[in-house]
Design a protein. Structure first.
Length: 144
């Protein structure tokens, strides 16, 4: 019971908005809410679907790199499949980070939900990494 209450509180904390696109619903987290979560060191899984070059230029500390963008082919969804075991090891919220937080992020969301990740844990970062309100905290490991 204690576990369920803690998870529910964490989930409610995110103040997820619901986004409807082509009849599907997606949980959305704003950049400000994610920033607050990170500053408070709340546990979260960040799934980054950007292409490798973009990931190296700007990504979150401890994010799970997939290089799955645009998440259209079996090869690209296979990149996400590689991190499923990591996501299944905990019950923390899963935030999907794409370039703009649009269709590719939605495809990643649908894929993860289809693979058994509870949709209540899933959210898409609104506006993606390009709309992130605090670019100074993103890591650049590209050497540029």
């Amino acid at each position: 019971m204690k576990y369920r209450i803690g998870f529910a509180a964490t989930t409610l904390y995110f103040i997820f908005a619901t986004w409807t696109f082509a009849g599907a619903r997606y949980n959305i987290i704003t950049g400000d809410n994610l920033l607050k979560t990170l500053q408070e060191k709340k546990p979260v899984n960040i799934v980054d679907i950007q292409k490798k070059k973009s990931f190296l230029l700007h990504h979150f500390f401890a994010s799970l790199e997939t290089d799955a963008y645009p998440v259209k082919t079996d090869k690209e969804t296979g990149q996400i499949k590689k991190i499923l075991a990591t996501l299944q090891q905990n019950t923390n919220p899963v935030i999907i980070v794409g370039p703009r937080g649009t269709r590719a992020s939605q495809r990643a969301y649908a894929y993860l939900a289809g693979e058994g990740i509870n949709a209540q844990r899933l959210a898409i970062l609104q506006k993606g990494v390009r709309g992130w309100p605090a670019p100074q905290i993103l890591l650049n490991t590209s050497g540029q």
